[in-house]
Design a protein around this ligand. Structure first.
Ligand SMILES: Cc1cc2nc3c(=O)[nH]c(=O)nc-3n(C[C@H](O)[C@H](O)[C@H](O)COP(=O)(O)OP(=O)(O)OC[C@H]3O[C@@H](n4cnc5c(N)ncnc54)[C@H](O)[C@@H]3O)c2cc1C
Ligand code: SF4
Ligand code: SF4
Length: 404
C-alpha cells in the first residue's frame, strides 16, 4: 500500500501533519509532501477534508462469521481437580453469552474426569465437550493443541477463553497459531462492543501504564487468556446442560514428548487467589525481618503474606507471593498494604479487593487513593501495635466499641 498527496486538491491546512504519528509529512511550498519514512499507517487519510490524501489500499472487508457461534471456555484440570479460573471464566462467559444471545460451552481434556462435567454445568456451561483419552491424562502441548484445534474447526465457536495459568500461557499461543487467529494474552477485563457485537479484550500495556482494549474483527474464534482471580464465579442452581463425549485418537508418535516423571515442589503451596485476608508488604518494610513481623500479623488475622515486586526482587518473599501485573491477581475481603506506594502495576493485581487498609508514612502515597482505611505512620511502629492489640484482645474490644 502506498499513500500520496494530490497536490491540486491540497489547500495547505496542515491537518495531516498533526495527524501523522511518524513525522512523515512536511510542507513544500504551500502543499503537503509525504516523506520516505511514511509507514502507510493511514492516519492522515481521514483527517484531510479536501480528500487530497490518496491511497491504493483496498478497504478490508469483514468476513461473514454468522456460523461462528458460542462462547467457549477451556476448562483446566490438574490431577482431576478443576482450577478455579475455569469456573471464573464460565461466569464471565455466561455474561458475554447473554449479551450475544449465544450459548456457553466448556471443553475439558484428560482421563477419568467425567465427574467434573456436573460442576462445569453448575457454574454456567450449557454444553460440555469432554475428550477422554490416555494420551491426554497429563498435559502435553502438542496433544492438547491437536484436539482443541479439531474441536474449534468442527464447532466454530465465536469466542475461546483460557486461564492465563502456566498451562494456558503455553497452550493458547500454540493453538492460536495452529488455527490462524490472534490472541490477547493476560486480559483483566472482557466485554462486548454493543455495535459490532465483538469481544473487547482489555489488558495492561506499556509496562502497565495504560489499559489497552483489543478487538478482533477479521478472524474467529476471538481468543483471550484471562488472569486467575480477576473474574467472579457464579454458581447457577438448577442449571441444565449436556455433555458431548468425543472420541479423538492422538497417537504417541504425533505428540513427540513423554512425561517421564512429575516432581512436585515441596514447599507449602501459596494460593493467594483463594485467600480472604492478605497482608502485603513493599519496599517500606525494609528487610526480611520486617516481613517476619508481617507474617505474624497475617497469621494472627488468619490470612496470607504477600508483597510487591520490589519485595520479591529484594528476596524478602518468594515469587509466588507477588501481587500485581506480573504476579497474582487477588480479590480478598481485606487487603492490608504495608509500606507499599500503590504503583499501577501493583494495583492491577489487588484493585478487586473488597476492603483495602494501607499503612504508609507518606500521606500522598497513591495507595491511599484505593484504600478504605489509611494509617499515615511508620509501619515499624504501627504493625507491632496492631499485633499487640490482637494478642491481648484489645483490638477486638475496640472494634466493638468497648476498648480501653
Ligand atoms: C512491566 C512492569 C511490571 C510490574 N509488575 C509489578 C507487579 O506485578 N507487582 C508489583 O508490586 N510491582 C510491579 N511492578 C513494579 C511497580 O512499578 C513498582 O515499582 C512497585 O510496585 C513498587 O513497589 P513498592 O510499593 O514496594 O515500592 P515503592 O514504590 O518504593 O514504595 C515504598 C513505599 O513505602 C513507604 N514507606 C517507606 N518506609 C516506610 C515505613 N517505615 N512505614 C510506612 N511506609 C513506608 C514509602 O512512603 C513508599 O510509598 C512492575 C513494573 C513494571 C515496569
Ligand atoms: S490535510 Fe489535506 S489539505 Fe490539509 S495539508 Fe494535508 S493534504 Fe493538504
Ligand atoms: S500514512 Fe501514516 S506515516 Fe504515512 S504520512 Fe500518513 S500518517 Fe504519516
Amino acid at each position: 500500500m502506498s499513500v500520496w498527496i494530490e497536490t491540486d486538491l491540497c489547500n495547505g491546512c496542515k491537518r495531516c501533519i498533526k495527524a501523522c504519528p511518524y513525522d512523515a509529512i512536511e510542507m513544500r511550498g504551500e502543499k503537503a509532501f509525504i516523506l520516505e519514512r511514511c509507514t502507510s499507517c493511514g492516519s492522515c487519510i481521514s483527517v484531510c477534508k479536501q480528500e487530497a490524501v490518496k491511497t491504493d489500499a483496498v478497504p478490508r472487508t469483514i468476513p461473514d462469521f454468522s456460523d461462528w457461534k458460542g462462547i467457549w471456555v477451556f476448562a483446566e484440570q490438574r490431577d482431576g481437580e478443576l482450577l478455579r479460573v475455569s469456573l471464573e471464566l464460565l461466569g464471565k462467559a455466561k455474561e458475554l453469552g447473554g449479551e450475544l444471545e449465544q450459548g456457553v460451552s466448556a471443553v475439558i481434556l484428560g482421563k477419568g474426569i467425567e465427574r467434573l462435567c456436573d460442576t462445569l454445568i453448575r457454574f454456567g456451561a450449557d454444553t460440555v465437550h469432554l475428550v477422554e483419552n490416555e494420551s491426554l491424562r497429563l498435559y502435553r502441548t502438542a496433544a492438547y493443541t491437536k484436539v482443541l484445534a479439531r474441536l474449534v474447526q468442527q464447532f466454530r465457536p465465536s469466542v475461546l477463553l483460557m486461564g492465563a495459568t502456566h498451562l494456558g500461557r503455553d497452550l493458547a499461543p500454540r493453538l492460536s497459531r495452529r488455527i490462524g487467529v490472534g490472541l490477547t494474552a493476560d486480559c483483566t477485563e472482557l466485554s462486548i462492543d454493543k455495535t459490532e457485537k465483538i469481544l473487547l479484550q482489555t489488558r495492561p500495556a506499556f509496562g502497565g501504564n495504560v489499559m489497552a482494549t483489543i478487538a478482533n474483527r477479521y478472524s474467529r474464534p476471538q481468543m483471550a487468556t484471562v488472569r486467575p482471580g480477576v473474574m467472579k464465579t457464579s454458581e447457577i442452581p438448577g442449571q441444565a446442560g449436556e455433555v458431548v463425549c468425543h472420541d479423538f485418537k492422538v497417537e504417541e508418535k504425533e505428540i513427540g514428548t513423554k512425561v517421564l516423571e512429575l516432581v512436585r515442589e515441596k514447599k507449602k503451596k501459596t494460593d493467594l487467589s483463594e485467600s480472604n485476608i492478605i497482608v502485603a508488604g513493599g519496599r517500606g518494610v525494609g528487610d526480611r525481618k520486617g516481613f517476619v513481623l508481617l507474617e505474624e500479623l497475617a497469621e494472627l488475622m488468619g490470612g496470607e503474606l504477600a508483597g510487591t515486586r520490589v519485595a520479591v526482587e529484594e528476596g524478602w518473599i518468594s515469587q509466588d507471593r507477588q501481587v500485581g501485573q506480573t504476579g497474582h491477581s487477588v480479590r480478598p475481603e481485606l487487603y492490608v498494604a504495608c509500606g507499599i506506594s500503590g504503583a499501577i502495576q501493583h494495583r492491577a493485581g489487588m484493585m478487586n479487593s473488597r476492603y483495602v487498609a494501607a499503612i504508609n508514612k507518606d500521606p500522598r502515597a497513591p495507595i491511599f487513593q484505593v484504600a478504605d482505611w489509611g494509617i499515615v505512620g511508620d509501619l515499624h511502629e504501627v504493625v507491632p501495635e496492631i499485633i499487640k492489640q490482637l494478642k491481648t484482645g484489645s483490638w477486638n474490644k475496640q472494634q466493638r466499641g468497648g476498648g480501653d
